[in-house]
Each structure stands twice: as C-alpha cells, then as structure tokens.
Design a protein around this ligand. Structure first.
Ligand SMILES: [Zn+2]
Length: 340
C-alpha cells in the first residue's frame, strides 16, 4: 500500500536516520530547545516537524519515542486543536511572517502548558520572517521558558539572519542514501519504477516534490517539450506553434526546463559521461542535440533565457518571450554561426 503522507505514526523512510538521532537526543535529555530543520523543498520537513511535535506532546510515548496515537494529547494533535502546539506561517495570501505573528508566539509561551508540561512552536518557513520578526524571535530563542521547543523549518537557511541561525541547533534532512526514497516513490500511485530516479532528480532530491511532479504529469510533458525542441532544431516544427504550446502549459516552468537542458548539453559537450546531469529523463535527446550544436551558441541561448525569465517577472508578453527564445533554434547551422 502506498504511504499516506498525512499518516503521522511513522517517519518517512528517508527520515529514519534523522529520527533516530532525535530519539537519542531526547533519551539523553539533549534535545535542543531551538531546532533549525533544513533540507531541500519536498524533503518532508513539515511532516518530520509535525511528527516530532506530536511525539513531544504525547502523554504515553510508544517505542522509538513515537506518539501513542490514543492519549488525550495525541487526539488533540490529530484534530489540529492541541493548545500546547502553535504553528506560525505566513497568513493567507501573504508570503511574509511579521512581528505581530512573533508577538503571538510570545503570548503563547507565557501560558501554562496544559498536558505534558511541554509546548511546541513550529515556524514554517522560518526564512520568510521579515527582519523585525526575526529580531523579535531572538529573545525567545535565547531564553525559551522551560519545556518549550521552538522548531524552525527552512529550505534556504542562508536567508535567515546569522543571529537566528547561531541560536538554533541545525538538523538537516538529506538523502544520504537515495534508495529508501526511490523505493517509496516507485510505490506511489501513477509512478513506474523506472520513473522514480528521473523524478527525484527533477525535484532536486525532494521525494515529496517528486511525487507531486508525477501527479501533475510533468515527466510526460517534459518529454513532449524536449521532442518539440528537437523538432524545431530539425526544422520540422514551427517555433511559434511550439511557443504557444509551451505558454499553454507554463511559460516560466518551460523556460526553467529549457535552461536545465542547455546546461546538460554543455556538460555533455565537455564529457561523454558527465558525472552529473540534471535531466536524466531526456539524456538521449540531449546527447543528440548537443552533438549538433556549438558550445558558444548554447551559452548565447542561456543568456537569452536568463533575460526572458527576468522579463517574465514584469508585465511582459510571455508568448513573445517564448518565441524569441525558440526562434534561434530554427536557424540553420550557418545562421547559428552568424548569431555569435
Ligand atoms: Zn499519545
């Protein structure tokens, strides 16, 4: 049976080592009161932090410090109404965590714990705190009341002020061995075993992000787009029509993918078997294309895409931008040389 991402009575397979580490810290009473939980997008940081909060608040923990799932505290956590658990995230339609939200944490910390004497605060994503919010949190990180655990989650911890980072103990979720994540992905509905590795690479190593990409049909869409790119280069397809197809899907995602393909083509020109490629799902087509195109021309296209992505942030005509990016691919060899 596929794993239910909301099932909170076990760590995800690739979290096992980190969970053991946390258990050891708990058993020896060394679990820090301020934890910075890091890891790429889609690594399951939120899931791990919720399980940890659940376990910390459980009144009768089971083996391996897992929450029992039946005590009063566990039932409240499962219902999302535990009074000793506070979640802080950007408000709806906002991307920033502001100082008022940090003050609310301060008020929460002043209250007496209801059940186990412990209280847990989750801040996610912590790197979205603005400067005054981050400054407001410093005092709490320095001297948290007894029994309080502050868990900050971030996939880009470098964006946090150094003052915040230095007051937290960092715990990084990573795929030291990708096999548990690949096995899990291969068991997810709609994913063929051979698709697990390319999906994981496409999601930059985040298994949950990889499963989401699969659910959105990205792997098949990418294959189609790469074939369309090859079709333009062979003058079999009209770049304006392809631009329209790409726009219907997602202009920005299309440009990011094209950017990634170009980087791999440059890598493939530098080495027959490059030690790392970002797009293993398109390797055959990328190899063929890279053998037909010149290195400097590929670099020119990288610049063109970077500029198009910048312009897309503003009120640009996305169809025109895609056309400008794709038209050079229809030029003949000699015309490509004149571009340089
Ligand atoms: Zn319990």
């Amino acid at each position: 049976m596929a794993d239910d991402p909301d099932r909170l009575n076990a760590p995800l397979p690739w979290h096992a080592a980190c969970w053991e580490r946390v258990c050891t810290l708990r058993e020896t009473d060394r679990l820090p009161h301020a934890l910075l939980l890091c890891g790429v997008r889609g690594m399951g940081k939120d899931r791990f932090a919720r399980l940890l909060a659940h376990a910390l608040l459980c009144e009768t923990p089971a083996d391996a410090a897992m929450p029992c799932g039946t005590c009063r505290s566990c039932r409240l956590t499962q219902a999302g109404t535990h009074p000793d658990l506070h979640r802080c995230a950007p408000e709806e339609d906002k991307s920033i965590i502001n100082i008022d939200q940090i003050r609310a944490i301060g008020r929460f910390l002043e209250l007496k714990a209801h059940y186990t004497g412990r209280k847990v605060v989750l801040i996610h994503p912590a790197d979205q705190m603005n400067l005054s919010a981050a400054n407001g949190l410093l005092k709490m990180l320095e001297e948290p009341p007894a029994g309080v655990h502050l868990i900050l989650l971030s996939h880009r911890p470098a964006a946090l002020p150094a003052t915040v980072r230095s007051r937290c103990q960092r715990l990084t979720l990573a795929l030291e061995d990708p096999r548990p994540a690949l096995d899990w992905l291969a068991r997810q509905p709609g994913i063929e075993p051979e698709e697990a590795a390319p999906l994981l690479a496409l999601a930059q190593g985040g298994p949950l992000a990889a499963a989401e990409l699969a659910a959105q049909g990205h792997l098949g869409r990418r294959q189609t787009m790469l074939q369309e790119l090859q079709g333009i280069a062979r003058r079999e397809l009209d770049p304006l029509q392809v631009a329209e197809n790409w726009l219907k899907f997602d202009a920005k995602a299309s440009l990011y993918w094209l950017h990634g393909w170009l980087i791999d083509m440059i890598r493939l020109q530098a080495a027959d078997r490059p030690p790392c490629v970002g797009n293993p799902d398109g390797l055959d087509t990328l190899s063929r294309l890279s053998s037909e195109l010149k290195g400097p021309w590929l670099f020119t296209q990288l610049d063109r895409i970077a500029q198009a992505l910048r312009l897309l942030e503003g009120p640009a005509n996305a169809q025109l931008l895609l056309e400008e990016v794709l038209l050079p691919w229809a030029q003949r060899e000699g015309e490509r040389a004149r571009v340089l």
